[in-house]
Write a protein that binds this ligand. Structure first.
Ligand code: DGY
Length: 395
């Protein structure tokens, strides 16, 4: 292991904030320095190993901004709390790498970055859907191999998803945004599977259906499937947007793949372990007309044996939130979470959408609040009160 380089910004700052990897943009650093933080940033592209992490936040440390590639186990969080940290701020919306129950027991707030990546990630899922359905990567490989000999009526025929049936597994923020994009853009009927009913999404599709009817067109429909197999058998596209938990690991395995249509498209832009990758390889080998688009892998960055050889699978390296706007915005939210907790500010009332978090990203004087603390309620952290006009009262 070579010695890690660190860049130190605002060395005289009185709160020590450790940032476990380089982050894009500048606003996040401005927020931290304005909050009187000394910011220590790990350099390079290698993920910090546990020993490096521990050494980095050895006494005293007030906050860590960390990443999904690190394991924030009970032991690691315990060491962080013992180093005096007041917050672990995750540079991501997902936090399956963090033992949240342990953090709460330790009294340690855990920040995350919702809102800013909803549309971005949904858009990537749309891109993967069509890359798989329309065989974009295969076409690209053919061109680069110099194998294009001219237009042919039978070359690389894919699937037309227009007016087909779309299945969403997990209809939370990102799943619902993806659903809206696909329903509105491609007039697909929507089936979703979720433990909760998503009334807002159902209303949205009903309103769009009414719009189509008013134009003399056939409406689209939306329904919640009672069971996962019911959804799988009915859909031309199945996109996974569930959170990874002990219960959802391998949510889609060999039996679920077998329940899908022979020519279906499966997309995963959530977390790799939701899908049994070895089962997917076997299924795609046996069913060449089945297609998959994966943004995430079961054991990132490794790929299951055989995956890379499959023409009917499109692979990208966990790019869901990878736009400049979003990755800079995530840095801003992660820094704002740390800065707010270090200054004993309350938690923002809600960070469900981009509009909810926009003041943190754009306002000259950002709100004096932490945008999103996952265990705020469990820890009894105060929330900023919303005024009767719906504007937040920042006094
Ligand atoms: C997240 O935020 O959880 C993504 O996986 C990384 O953008």
């Amino acid at each position: 292991m070579t010695a890690r380089e660190w860049v130190i910004v605002n060395p005289g700052g009185s709160h020590r904030v450790v940032v476990t990897g380089e982050l894009p943009g500048e606003r996040w650093l401005q927020l931290l320095t304005a909050a009187d933080c000394r910011v220590e940033i790990a350099q390079g592209h290698e993920v910090l190993v546990a020993a490096e992490l521990r050494a980095a936040f050895a006494n005293p440390c007030d906050a860590v901004i960390g990443q999904i590639t690190e394991s924030w186990s009970e032991e690691m969080l315990g060491a962080l709390a013992a180093a005096g940290a007041l917050i672990y701020s995750q540079y991501a919306v997902g936090y399956d790498n963090v033992d949240l129950a342990a953090a709460t027991r330790l009294g340690l707030p855990v920040g995350n970055t919702p809102g800013v990546l909803t549309e971005t990630t949904a858009q990537l899922a749309v891109a993967l859907t069509f890359a798989a359905a329309r065989r974009i990567a295969e076409g690209d490989r053919l061109m680069r191999a110099g194998a294009y000999r001219g237009w042919l009526p039978t070359m690389l025929l894919g699937s037309l998803l227009f007016r087909g049936t779309l299945g969403i597994v997990g209809a939370g923020r990102i799943g619902a945004a993806y659903g809206r994009m696909m329903v509105e853009g491609h007039k697909m009927d929507l089936v979703y599977h979720d433990v909760r009913e998503n009334e807002e999404l159902e209303r949205y599709v009903a309103d769009y259906a009414a719009f189509l009817v008013a134009r003399g067109e056939r409406p689209v429909t939306c329904r919640r499937a009672a069971t996962l197999p019911e959804l799988l058998g009915a859909c031309d596209v199945v996109s996974i947007h569930a959170a990874l938990t002990a219960e959802t690991q391998h949510l889609i395995g060999a039996p679920e793949l077998a329940a899908m249509k022979e020519e279906a498209v499966l997309v995963n832009s959530s977390r790799g372990p939701l899908l049994d990758e070895a089962a997917l390889v076997a299924h795609c080998r046996a069913h060449p007309c089945f297609r998959a688009g994966l943004d995430v892998l079961e054991r990132e960055p490794a790929m299951a044996p055989g995956l890379a050889e499959l023409d009917n699978v499109v692979l990208v390296p966990h790019l869901g939130s990878a736009t400049t706007f979003t990755r800079e915005g995530m840095a801003t939210l992660a820094a704002a979470n740390a800065a707010a907790i270090l200054q004993s500010w309350p938690v923002w009332p809600a960070a469900r959408s981009l509009e909810d978090v926009r003041p943190f990203l754009e306002d000259e004087a950002p709100p004096r609040a932490a945008p999103s603390i996952v265990n705020a309620d469990a820890l009894g952290l105060p929330r900023l009160a919303a005024s009767p006009q719906g504007k937040e009262d920042q006094q």
